[in-house]
Design a protein around this ligand. Sequence first.
Ligand code: LMR
Length: 399
Amino acid sequence: MFDSLKPLPADPILGLMAAYRVDTNPQKIDLGVGVYKDEQGNTPVMRAVKSAEARLLQSQSSKSYVSPAGSAAFNALAAGLVLGDNLTHTLGDRRVTFQTPGGCGGLRLAAEFIQKVRPGSKILVSDPTWANHIPLLGEAGLQIETYPYYDYQHHGIRFDDMMTRIGNAGPGDLVLLHGCCHNPCGADLTREQWQAVASLAQARGFTPFIDLAYQGLGDGLAEDSYGVRLLAESLPELIVVSSCSKNFGLYRERTGALTVITGNAAATQAAASQIASTARGMYSMPPDHGASVVAEILADSELNGDWALELTEVRERINGLRSALVIELGKQGIDRDFGFIEQEKGMFSFLGLTVDQVQTLINQYSIYLVDSSRINIAGINSSNIEYLAQSIAAVLKSG
Ligand code: LMR
């Protein structure tokens, strides 16, 4: 059965993690996978997570099954985090939330659910988008098309082109939007642009599908969900996948949520039963630990406050690094303006290098980044920033 199998190339993002680990250069820098790192280069367990885990160790009395939808307490709290308490209340039984195995599991669950109820639906994704969106959505059977998004030359959003393209979508079509901290480019829609997208969705009847993987890492927890909340309150239907990987630092615990908003309670109930059966057919039930930790934190004002504080520290460190990198690159005498990096949000920005230049950074300087020249800003610290800027300058000067 397996004799004629050919190995596949490494995953474009996860492959970098493996290559970085075996590199023996003491100056190596990991700007690849989107994982937060502190000044010492560590990805710490957040304080509130540690406290919640200690409490759970004491209080948990059973490991029995929960359900394909996961923990009801987590689902209510995760919806509140994304939508805000008032809107969650207003939406009432037009909304259902499912705990999922990470954001990836949520994306796949949503795609499989749509494929089940509307096979071969078209989904428009931004050009560029996170590489893993393609298999997560496409391998479920959805038809992927793209809409123009990032302007590589001017480092902004091609908003008019985007609107023209998604304006061709109609009822039964989906448009995937990054809720905040666009991965890979870091360029987010403004509030006015979100409003225009909401009006267009209303006029054309397509269903927005929001991937919210970085809530709290851009401008703040409420600020980063502006688009989600606007669309949730103004449209009859919406799909939102949120992740606790980055904002709770729960990467390996696989903790996320799929929220579906429909036009009425009966449709929500039907959707919930279809989603439950889809989850049951894929993994039966999501893993519990990360969701229990998140529920413990969000339900407790002390833990919640400490978590929000640490998340603010994370966000401010990333934003500070953006400014520091622009300054450091400015010192190198390169004929290029990197000021856009300071305006972009979240973990990622493009450096604007060619694939060859990226390969040179990896092979000659042990600086690991994705081929598109996407860097994880959080991988920078005060000990490596000068070497990084000098290396980028050297690569750019050598053509
Ligand atoms: C990334 O884009 O680096 C992260 O979302 C991690 C991943 O799974 O790709």
